[in-house]
Ligand binder design. Structure first.
Ligand code: PDD
Length: 287
């Protein structure tokens, strides 16, 4: 069935939504994005995603789309039109299509940003059987640019990381810089040792995950100890548990790193409990 998508103020069948070949995202990866999950037909942490989008745009000097104030309504309408109970909404803002290729930014007075949203229907997203088994990761060098706190569409290296993982018989890759794990290809990384949850502190070297913030708040609320600091792959392999978080995976146990089992090699109790609390709390607050 054809989806209805949103493009620059219009709701269109997916086959009719067209973007210029001169769009800055197509030519320069000059755009930012957000992925918001939908559970029970409602948006999970919309406000957090809207805030991060605003920050990404400001950091790159991309003008806010005129419809910025209507984003909640647009998300909701797409959920309705496409009858999404569980799934994702992808949103992208680009610096627009100035009508030619040029390294210099176009004049924002004459080139409007491009705004695109589409849904991805994913029945069973919250009750994912993979979460009961856990996933395997490999470690790879982090060779991305230095502003990973901005959610840009420059996703070639993370895509290559996924393929390297697949080739190695694993599910995902954790990236390592100067001996410490930064994050996963599309998720934040955690380990658990002696009951303490350890995850890299925020900075320009990782994306400030919306799920990360919510999960750490849940952990603190449940009196679990949290330490925000870098950890190495060796430390992760010696940990009792490992897991990752993202808007599409929620809390996902990691049971193997570079071919070696983490802890018992099965999902640990901390990850399982956090997944349960996070899903319950975010559903309560869903819009
Ligand atoms: N990715 N780190 C990176 C590099 C990411 O791409 C993502 C999200 C995260 C987790 O952020 P959040 O909890 O806000 O989803 C961390 C999305 C899901 C994606 O690219 O599909």
């Amino acid at each position: 069935m054809s989806r209805t998508v949103y493009l620059n103020g219009e709701y269109l069948p997916e086959t009719e939504a067209k973007v210029s070949i001169f769009d800055r995202a197509f030519l320069m990866a000059d755009g930012v994005y957000e992925v918001t999950s939908v559970l029970g037909g409602k948006l999970i942490d919309f406000a957090g995603h809207a805030r991060r989008l605003e920050r990404s745009l400001a950091e790159l000097d991309i003008k806010k789309p005129a419809a910025f104030g209507d984003l909640l309504e647009i998300h909701r309408k797409l959920v309705d039109l496409n009858d999404i109970s569980e799934g994702l909404i992808y949103l992208q803002v680009t610096r627009g299509a100035p009508g030619d290729r040029d390294f210099a930014f176009p004049d924002p007075e004459t080139t409007e940003p491009t705004l695109v949203l589409f849904t991805q229907n994913k029945p069973g997203l919250s009750d994912n059987p993979v979460a009961k088994k856990g996933i395997k990761v490999i470690s790879i060098d982090d060779i991305r640019w230095g502003r990973r706190d901005i959610k840009t569409v420059q996703l070639l290296y993370p895509s290559m990381g996924k393929m390297m993982a697949r080739k190695a018989g694993a599910d995902d890759a954790w990236m390592v810089e100067d001996g410490f794990v930064t994050e996963g290809t599309s998720n934040n990384a955690y380990i658990v040792k002696d009951g303490k949850i350890i995850t890299r502190n925020l900075g320009t070297d990782i994306l400030h995950g919306i799920t990360r913030a919510a999960v750490l708040a849940c952990a603190r609320e449940a009196q679990m100890a949290v330490e925000e600091r870098p950890f190495s792959i060796d430390e992760a392999r010696e940990a009792d548990e490992a897991f990752l978080t993202s808007a599409s995976a929620f809390v996902m146990p990691v049971v193997e790193i570079d071919g070696a089992s983490v802890g018992t090699g099965t999902p640990g109790p901390v990850a399982a409990r956090l997944r349960e609390i996070y899903l319950a709390e975010s559903l309560k607050a869903a819009l």
